[in-house]
Ligand binder design. Structure first.
Ligand SMILES: [Zn+2]
Length: 356
């Protein structure tokens, strides 16, 4: 029971930040919809500074430089096509940034999408192709090497045992944490991953190793749809040739840009659609306990025994426990706010949920 409680906390606590982030846009005023569209993307060039990432066999090509170049090319494609989308880089030069700071940059800016760019490597020179990863834990064995490598950046930090909650990149047991968050942005992350996979296969690296769910720390810490792309293998001669050419990197950035374009169209459209369909929720009062992208069944254990209603909002569901009046909503809030940190009393009107 204690463990269950701990798990529920672990899963939902980060979502409250999301609930807060969505608040100003969901107050039901005209133009609220406009404000909920995809406005901010964070592009994360993996590694940097003292952390080169993987290195080519001849020691001349560093992953960190390839990542940065593709990240910047992708960013400028987005800026050119969508001047009102804010493009934020976790690094725009050859500097070292911790995994926590990368996620923190995205969270602080309320980004709608996080794209992390990496290059793969293997002991076999035969392994080749690109792969797309979203957060999860269901294929531990197959991608354990790449996860261990990408996560092991943590070990470069002096205080990693405290800053990373005892997580040890070399201990598969500690990866169990990662299971807990995967439901929150799963669908949206998968949508971008599928677009990326569909585009990247057009080349220059044409072999897709598929989309998988893996325990990458940086994906776990970001509170938004997040995808990590390994654009090819440093250890494969054919892949390396493409990655090491400016035109190859431009092409890869172009593929990722097309994926972004499709994702943005879907993201913006889903908001329009769900705003129209929210009229189903009856007017009244209650306490919003959290927001999820997934629809939980009535009686789900996450509701802690309360009766919560799912109100569609911006491609997500706001979960509200009903109360009979404004006063009752405030009383209920006082009673359950410790059970649901980040909850707040709300009014429901014309399908919109707004704070009291
Ligand atoms: Zn990497």
């Amino acid at each position: 029971m204690k463990l269950l409680h701990h798990i529920v906390r672990k899963v939902f606590q980060p979502l409250f930040f999301l609930a807060l982030a969505l608040l100003p846009g969901l107050s039901g005023e005209a133009g609220a919809n406009e404000r909920l569209k995809l406005k901010t993307v964070v592009i994360d060039a993996g590694h940097g500074g003292k952390d080169p990432g993987c290195v080519s066999r001849d020691g001349r090509v560093y992953e960190k430089n390839i990542n940065l170049d593709i990240a910047r090319k992708l960013g400028s494609r987005i800026t050119d096509a969508y001047p009102d989308v804010k493009v934020i880089y976790t690094r725009s030069s050859d500097v070292y940034v911790t995994l926590n700071n990368r996620a923190e940059i995205a969270n602080r800016n309320n980004a709608n999408l996080f794209i992390s760019i990496h290059v793969n490597a293997a002991s076999s020179a035969q392994a080749h192709g690109f792969s797309t990863h979203i957060l999860g834990n269901d294929k531990l064995s197959s991608n354990m090497d790449v996860c261990r490598r990408e996560n092991s950046v943590i070990l470069l930090e002096d205080d990693y045992t405290t800053d990373y909650q005892g997580f040890d990149p070399n201990d598969p047991e500690s990866f169990i944490f990662f299971n807990l968050m995967q439901n929150a942005f799963y669908e949206q992350s998968l949508t971008f991953a599928a677009e990326a996979d569909k585009e990247l296969v057009k080349g220059p690296v044409t072999h897709s190793r598929g989309i998988s769910q893996d325990p990458f720390w940086v994906l776990w810490r970001t509170k938004m749809p997040a995808v990590l792309v390994e654009v090819g293998f440093m250890s494969n001669a054919a892949d390396l040739k493409k990655l090491n050419s400016a035109s190859g990197r431009s092409e890869i950035a172009g593929r990722l840009f097309q994926a972004f374009r499709s994702f943005k169209a879907k993201y913006d459209e889903s908001l329009d659609y769900s705003t129209e369909s929210t009229s189903a929720a009856a007017d009244g009062y209650g306490v919003q306990i959290f927001v999820l992208s997934k629809r939980l069944a009535p009686g789900d254990k996450a509701f802690e025994g309360y009766d919560a209603e799912a109100v569609p909002a911006g491609g997500m569901y706001k979960y509200v426990i009903r109360a009979s009046s404004e006063g009752a909503a405030r009383t209920l809030y006082g009673k359950i706010r410790k059970t649901f940190p980040g909850s707040f009393p709300v009014r429901m009107e014309n399908g919109n949920v707004s704070p009291l």
